[in-house]
Structure formats: structure tokens, C-alpha cells
Design a protein around this ligand. Structure first.
Ligand SMILES: [Zn+2]
Length: 389
């Protein structure tokens, strides 16, 4: 599910986000006025923190450097962006002044573009497409985005592995890996990051095994990695809600793919239940994952130093993410039974209760329908067998 970053750019209004109110004592200077055009921080960045939380920020149509301004405004220690319009195949080349401005701003605000910046690929790109013409178009667009990243000095690039479109899975994985090999041979240093998916339809990457199989076919393994999205993981059926289940999921990931390939995470709560296969991002603490999942995550050693990117609904305002960043950072070092954590968990959970109930209801109805269909097929088969006798 795309963050509504681009769409929200134009309608940036005064913050109304009570959803992820931070318990940290940070002055919300943006609450009364329109956010200024400059990179003046409204939420100060937390210095020397090992868990690098940020968000997928919009450029507001002002060029990629504005993504850095927005990240500074929300106190992000990492960020994601689109390097060209995510819903178009082609875009005009990056202007030299914009490239310089982007690099200068990153240096000024001490964002390491090889480690803290995780661009998101266009949603149109499907490198697994069996149609030669469509595949060629996708690969050209993919390469264009990678080259833009390298021009900007960015070291990571995250994208969705694509869809088999109902055709042969093995062939689709081979086509995807072949495309990655081709892209690596035509670029200099960028690491290509495969994102895990929620398991809907023919999407590739909803299991660790899919990602393992693609990586196995990539020649230069130093230039491939994995981004784990918490919402997608949960929707795909991996339970990450407790210390025990969270640890087990990482054990499996390490055994099947290898932790050394873990390059980043997307932090999203899930509007839909475990195993729903639905990619519905929710604000932190309001969904089926709940704040406890993120408390466990924020205290996981092997996630230190990785870009941890929010793609939660922004409620029309980037300040939603500023508050979520502070909320997540506040969880570092906290125990599950900390009274403040217990209180905050309940507060946020209550805010999302209605939406959770509605999604649970949809899933239950779907299960009943599927069960009825199964039963009627069984009865049909039985009747046919009897009449055949
Ligand atoms: Zn994601």
C-alpha cells in the first residue's frame, strides 16, 4: 500500500493528529501555525539514537531536496522518498542544481545517503512480467530510478518484487532475478532491496522462501537486500506481536534468508487481522499489531542502524509522523509492564477499536463464504460420485 505522501503534499493543514500523541516532552511548535517552508525543525531529532526512525516523506512538488526539509521538520533520523513520480513511466531528468541541493542538505543535516535514505520504487514496475514488451518497459523504468538514486548519491533502493500475473512462479522469479542482475551490471554501487509482501493474489515476496530464491539467483550478493514491512509480514501470516513470536520470525528469516540481507524496515500497524493477506497500513498502535509489537521491535538489537521507515496514514499532515517517530523512540528501553507503556497501549488501541472490529467482521464473513463454497463443492462431488456409480 503506498504511503499517501505525494497526495497529501498539497493539502498540508494544521495538525489534527491526536492518534499518536507523543508522551515525550517535545514542544509542538507546529501546532498553532502552518508549517514553514524552510527546514526549521518542529520536532527536534533525537541525537545519538541507534534506532533510526523516519518516514516516507513527500517532496510537495518542490524537488527531492524538499524531502530532506520535511524529514528535518518531523525529526526523522532516516527517510524514504520517490525519486520520480511513482505512477508514471517516465519523468524529466533531475536538474543539476537539484542534485547539488539534495547532497548539500543531506551533508548539512548529517544524513548518510548510503545508510539513512531508502527511496521507494514506482508501483508500476513489475520485473517478473512474462510479456517481453511490458518487461522491457519495466526494466527501463527500474534502471532509470536506480541511476537517479546514484546521481543523488543514494546507496539503497527499495521496490516491490512484482507479480507472477498467474503464470509460472519459477519462471517469474528467474525473470525478476535476471532483471536485478542486468540492473546491477549497468549501475555502480546501489543496493537493490526487495520488500516482503502481504500475500495477496500472485504477488511475489510474501514468504521468506520467495525472497531467498530470488537472492540465490542474484550474482552480486553484496548488492541485494531485503526490507521487512511489519504490516505486510503480519498480513502474510507471520505473527510478530510478542517477544517470543517476534524472535521466532527473525529466527526463521535468518535460517531461510540470512539476517545479513536485512537492510531496512517499513514500520506500519495493520488495519487487517493476522493472515488476512490485505495490505492495509494503520497508524502505530491502532491496528492489530498494537503498540506492544513496536515496543518489542524498538528494543531489537539487530535493527540498530537500519533505516526504519513509517508509511502510516498521514491524516493529511506530516506531523502525524513526527509524533509517531517520538512515540517509537520513547519505547526504546521500555518494558512491557511499564505503567506508562500499558496506559499508552490501551489509549491507542481504543482509538483503533472501531476499524479493527469492522475489518475483523469482513474477514469472518469471507471465511464463512469460503467455507460454504468448499462445502457445496464437496456435496457436488459426492452427488456426482453417487450418480456415476
Ligand atoms: Zn512498505
Amino acid at each position: 500500500m503506498p504511503p499517501r505522501a505525494a497526495a497529501s503534499a498539497a493539502k498540508r493543514t494544521r495538525t489534527s493528529a491526536s492518534t499518536a500523541k507523543t508522551p515525550a516532552k517535545t514542544k509542538d511548535a507546529g501546532a498553532k501555525d502552518e508549517p514553514p517552508e524552510t527546514a526549521a525543525p518542529m520536532f527536534a531529532r533525537t541525537p545519538q539514537i541507534k534506532m533510526l526512525v523516519g518516514a516516507h516523506v513527500p517532496s510537495d512538488g518542490k524537488g527531492v531536496s524538499n524531502c530532506i526539509a520535511n524529514t528535518v521538520s518531523i525529526g526523522g533520523n532516516a527517510f524514504a522518498l520517490f525519486v520520480k513520480s511513482q505512477r508514471r513511466w517516465v519523468a524529466p531528468p533531475l536538474k543539476t542544481e537539484e542534485i547539488t541541493k539534495f547532497k548539500d542538505m543531506a551533508a548539512e543535516h548529517k544524513y548518510d545517503l548510503h545508510k539513512h535514505c531508502l527511496p521507494h520504487g514506482s508501483y508500476l514496475i513489475n520485473l517478473a512480467n512474462a510479456d517481453d514488451e511490458k518487461h522491457e518497459k519495466a526494466l527501463a523504468s527500474f534502471l532509470d530510478e536506480l541511476k537517479r538514486c546514484e546521481q543523488l548519491g543514494i546507496g539503497l533502493y527499495n521496490f516491490h518484487p512484482g507479480s507472477t500475473l498467474g503464470l509460472d512462479k519459477k519462471a517469474a522469479l528467474e525473470r525478476l532475478a535476471g532483471s536485478i542482475n542486468s540492473a546491477i551490471s549497468q549501475t555502480k554501487f546501489i543496493k537493490i532491496i526487495l520488500e516482503n509482501m502481504a500475500g495477496h493474489g500472485n504477488l511475489i515476496g510474501s514468504t521468506w522462501e520467495d525472497l531467498r530464491d530470488v537472492i540465490a539467483m542474484v550474482d552480486n550478493k553484496d548488492r541485494v537486500g531485503v526490507c521487512v514491512d511489519t504490516c505486510h509480514t503480519f498480513a502474510a501470516g507471520y505473527d510478530i506481536r510478542t517477544e517470543e513470536t517476534f524472535a521466532k520470525v527473525w529466527d526463521d528469516f535468518d535460517r531461510i534468508i540470512g539476517l545479513k540481507y536485512l537492510s531496512s524496515m517499513h514500520l506500519n500497524d495493520s488495519k487487517a487481522p493476522l493472515g488476512s493477506n490485505r495490505d492495509l497500513h494503520q497508524n502505530i498502535g491502532l491496528g492489530f499489531l498494537g503498540l506492544e509489537s513496536f515496543r518489542v521491535l524498538m528494543n531489537t538489537k539487530h535493527l540498530e542502524g537500519l533505516p526504519l521507515i513509517l508509511e502510516t496514514p498521514d491524516k493529511d499532515d506530516i506531523m502525524t509522523w513526527a509524533k509517531e517517530i517520538k512515540l517509537l523512540e520513547w519505547l526504546v528501553g521500555k518494558k512491557a509492564d511499564d505503567p506508562e507503556v500499558v496506559k499508552k497501549t490501551a489509549e491507542l488501541s481504543a482509538l483503533g477499536a472501531k476499524e479493527r472490529a469492522s475489518e475483523q467482521d469482513k474477514m469472518d464473513k469471507k471465511a464463512v463464504k469460503a467455507d460454504k463454497k468448499k462445502q457445496s463443492t464437496l456435496v457436488g462431488k459426492k452427488r456426482k460420485a453417487e450418480s456415476d456409480e
